[in-house]
Write a protein that binds this ligand. Structure first.
Ligand code: AHG
Ligand code: MN
Ligand code: MN
Length: 353
């Protein structure tokens, strides 16, 4: 197989699909460079003394790991001066991040979760970066919240990086999902997984079983169905849960499976679960659909949700379409109380003033 770099892959895709512009290869290169720098720090984390929590906390009140801070700064620095973006948004920043006035602006929006699975940094378990690219829709030169709070259906591209046994970048610009593995000797990401498709037969389900006590009746029955205990006695799925969404998603993408992080009624007024729509769920839902899978918040397609808040959280069921649709079926049948509590959050409209 010839050595196919990200650039060559985009150029070849461009020839087949005239719509895919060369700007994607440039933006993917910006992300690839950031990924190489973060990969280097991740492998050195234990040595460079950047382990352990940074002094400040992020918007969710979670202690920021220093690698979170480094990854966030690196992605910003690799992208702020390129003239390709009109605005950025990061899981680690409360508000949208404007392009510094001294740099040109462009017609794309970059959203990112700079370090996903940060609780795993100190125990040497794989972590990742998640990113998505929207097109500018507002009139002015600089991007606004309106450019960021777009539904996933309008995404131009999305992807993730995994810092694991090898460093991989997986992306889609709407023409299939493609995986590149970093050859550290060459310093290039080389095509290793062309046109990834979710296998028709799933092997795993991923859920934090420690939360079972709080799950709603429908979700609890659904998990029992996945285990072959409830319903028509299907062959049980293996249980794999790493605690880094990118790693759990990646394994299920390659081997077939479903990842479940549901909402619950444990905290009144917070029925929407933990994962972030704009920085995690939208990007992975785009990739799942491109690979023949599906992502839902339990009521419907993640890609059809009109975001209303930069940091809004959604329940996430993502992977093989038949397994995700089964979750929706159980929730419709047994979780009316939860649906009634969650629906108002899902239907909220953005205040873009
Ligand atoms: P982040 O490190 O960006 O905050 O993301 C962590 C997320 C996600 O990666 C993972 O699937 C989930 O948190 C794990 O949550 P629990 O520890 O509650 O299972
Ligand atoms: Mn995350
Ligand atoms: Mn994160």
């Amino acid at each position: 197989m010839p050595l196919v770099t990200i650039e060559r892959h985009i150029l070849e895709t461009q020839r087949r699909y005239p719509g895919a512009t060369g700007i994607f290869s440039a933006m993917l290169y910006d992300m690839a460079l950031a990924a190489k720098l973060i990969a280097r720090e991740t492998t050195r984390a234990g040595l460079a003394g950047i382990l352990g929590a940074a002094e400040d906390h992020n918007v969710y009140g979670e202690q920021q790991q220093k690698l979170d801070v480094y990854a966030n700064q690196t992605i910003f620095r690799m992208n702020d001066h390129t003239g390709r973006l009109c605005v950025m948004a990061s899981e680690e920043h409360e508000d949208i991040i404007p392009i510094p006035p001294r740099f040109d602006t462009g017609k794309y929006v970059l959203l990112f979760d700079p370090l996903d699975g940060s609780s795993n940094i100190d125990v040497n378990v794989s972590v990742g970066t998640i990113f998505s690219i929207h097109r500018k829709v507002s009139k002015g030169e600089h991007g606004t919240l309106e450019d960021v709070l777009q539904p996933g259906r309008r995404l131009a591209a999305a992807g993730y990086v995994i810092y694991g046994s090898s460093t991989m970048m997986v992306y889609s610009a709407g023409q299939g999902v493609h995986g590149f593995t970093l050859d550290p000797g060459v310093g290039e990401f080389l095509l290793s997984h062309d046109n990834i498709r979710v296998p028709a037969t799933a092997m795993y389900y991923s859920a934090n079983q420690g939360n079972e006590k709080y799950w709603t009746p429908g979700v609890r029955r659904y998990i029992k169905w996945l285990q072959g205990i409830e319903g028509e006695g299907r062959k049980p799925l293996g249980h794999r849960y790493i605690g880094s969404l990118v790693s759990d998603f990646h394994r299920n993408l390659l081997r077939g499976g479903v990842f479940v992080y549901p909402g619950d009624l444990q905290k009144p007024g917070e029925p929407y679960g933990k994962l972030r729509l704009m920085f995690e769920a939208q990007a992975l839902a785009f990739l799942a659909e491109q690979a023949g899978g599906y992502a839902s918040d339990g009521l419907g397609d993640i890609l059809d949700i009109q975001p209303h808040n930069l940091h809004q959280r959604v329940p996430l069921f993502i992977g093989n379409r038949d397994l995700v649709e089964k979750a929706e079926e159980y929730i419709r049948k047994y979780d009316q109380e939860w649906v009634a509590a969650y629906q108002p959050f899902r239907n909220q409209q953005p205040a873009l003033t």
